[in-house]
Design a protein around this ligand. Structure first.
Ligand SMILES: Cc1ncc(COP(=O)(O)O)c(C=O)c1O
Length: 453
């Protein structure tokens, strides 16, 4: 079934008449389908656990984000943060929408090139770039943002070796009112280290400064942090342009907008705690237009990661066993563990049974399948009584899981995408033993022969 492009709000019926004050309502929240495709059908075809991405959600979210900025500032471009999710199909959807690539390693660079992204549409960040990385990036005309003085010297040597002058950006960190402040990336703006870097670049025959980058943090709940960053970056840009023979062609504000996920320790639900993206666009673009000089519109790059892809991702998991714990509480074992779901460390995920079950919710703990005591996916979740083999759907899980997941004890599961036309494509098949032993080499004398043991 093909749904309308914009999802209508769903009203969930509460059984108000039978609800006791200060008691829990009967549990009615369920998720039988994703974008109109039955969860049951997908699991039967591709197995459990199963990551499911929504093409429609990805595209809609990108369009909303892009619209929020492009209607407020005339020169904006989004660069897809590969580390947030570098599955080819996810990157390809966002590239089709118009995003360039933002990478932080030679591996990610390689992945973007494989997808057909030209060098001049790749932003290369990260605190560690090898001589080979820089050689390739400079040869291809990629946008390289230098992180530190050691890298600056390496970049200079690399450009000299290539015999061509190259334009580079520099990464900045600064006090934006968001704490704790991130000092790891870039040159500090407040203690003039960044100006020292500009001075050093001005002495270089091989490097020319043309851009400023910052990434002030992640899951930033207060848009004013971006407004402060913009004000400082524009002032710095003017100082540079007034005193050096450099033109700053782009300001890159990195990522950091929150997704509508529930950060641990934050009591309010995401709909209350997470400001809409328009507030970030307002904070950034208003400051830009106020502080830039007349007719000056440097390219604004945004490297939004989690706010774009988190809600497009779901994880379907199956209950494999249940247990009564000595303290009387209930535990379920599920077939997805923390090895494939690292963001459970950060978030209290929305967890719903696949089927609507009219039974009172009770507090329970969800254990993953790993033979490790710390493999706990959710510690105190209210769920109705669930039979073994029934399923749960966890959401949002689209950001950072399918990149940070580790192969440990179990195989990593399949990932599918529900396409806009309602078909389902497998975008990463489940791993098997051959995938995992491919890189191993067994020395001849260690080969085990039948009868050796
Ligand atoms: C340089 C850079 N850009 C973009 C991002 C994406 O950040 P987020 O997912 O918070 O939007 C990151 C993530 O850490 C980053 O380091």
């Amino acid at each position: 079934m093909v749904k309308e492009p914009y999802e209508k709000p769903t009203l969930i019926k509460q059984i108000v008449g039978t609800m006791n004050k200060f008691g829990n309502s009967y549990y009615r929240n369920s998720r039988e389908d994703i974008d109109g495709v039955a969860v049951d059908a997908m699991v039967r075809q591709f197995g459990s656990p199963l990551f499911v991405f929504s093409e429609r959600d990805l595209r809609n979210r990108y369009r909303q984000l892009h619209r929020s900025f492009s209607t407020r500032y005339p020169n904006v471009r989004f660069a897809w943060s590969y580390k947030t999710n570098y599955l080819d199909a996810v990157c390809a959807v966002l590239h089709q929408e118009g995003e360039i690539a933002e990478v932080v390693s030679g591996f990610e660079y390689e992945k973007a090139v494989r997808l057909g992204i030209p060098g001049n549409h790749i932003i290369f960040n990260g605190p560690f770039k090898t001589a080979d990385d820089l050689t390739r990036a400079f040869t291809d005309g990629a946008m390289v943002n230098i992180d530190n003085f050691s890298e600056l010297l390496l970049a200079e040597k690399t450009a000299e070796r290539l015999g061509k002058q190259v334009a580079v950006g520099i990464r900045l960190n600064m006090d934006t009112g968001i704490y704790p402040q991130w000092f790891k990336f870039g040159f500090n703006l407040d203690n003039h280290q960044a100006m020292e870097a500009v001075n050093r670049l001005a002495m270089s025959k091989w490097l020319r400064l043309n851009g400023l980058h910052t990434h002030i943090g992640t899951f930033i709940l207060d848009p004013s942090g971006y407004a402060n960053a913009v004000e400082k970056m524009v002032a710095f840009m003017h100082e540079i342009e007034d005193n050096f023979d450099f033109t700053i062609e782009y300001l890159d504000l990195g990522g950091g907008f929150p997704s509508r996920n529930r950060l641990k320790g934050i009591y309010q639900p995401p709909d209350v705690a997470v400001p809409p993206v328009e507030e970030y666009a307002d904070a950034i673009c208003t400051k830009l237009l106020h502080h830039l000089r007349p007719k000056q519109f440097p390219k604004l790059y945004l490297e939004t990661g989690r706010a774009l892809v988190d809600e497009a991702g779901y994880l379907v998991t199956t209950i494999t066993a249940n247990k009564q714990l000595p303290d009387g509480s209930k535990a379920y074992f599920i077939d997805a563990g923390i090895n494939i779901l690292p963001t459970t460390n950060w978030y209290t995920l929305d967890i719903r049974p696949e089927k609507a079950l009219v039974s009172p919710p009770e507090p329970c703990i969800l254990y993953g399948p790993l033979c490790m005591n710390i493999d706990v996916v959710a510690e105190s979740v209210y769920l109705p009584s669930l039979p073994v083999n029934s399923r749960l759907v966890l959401h949002p899980v689209g950001a950072y899981n399918v990149t940070q997941w580790m192969q440990f004890i179990t195989y990593r599961p399949a990932v599918v995408m529900v396409m806009e036309d309602g078909t389902v494509e497998c975008i990463r098949r489940a791993e098997n033993i051959e995938d995992l032993v491919r890189c191993e080499v067994l020395p001849k004398k260690l080969v085990v022969h039948r009868g050796d043991t």
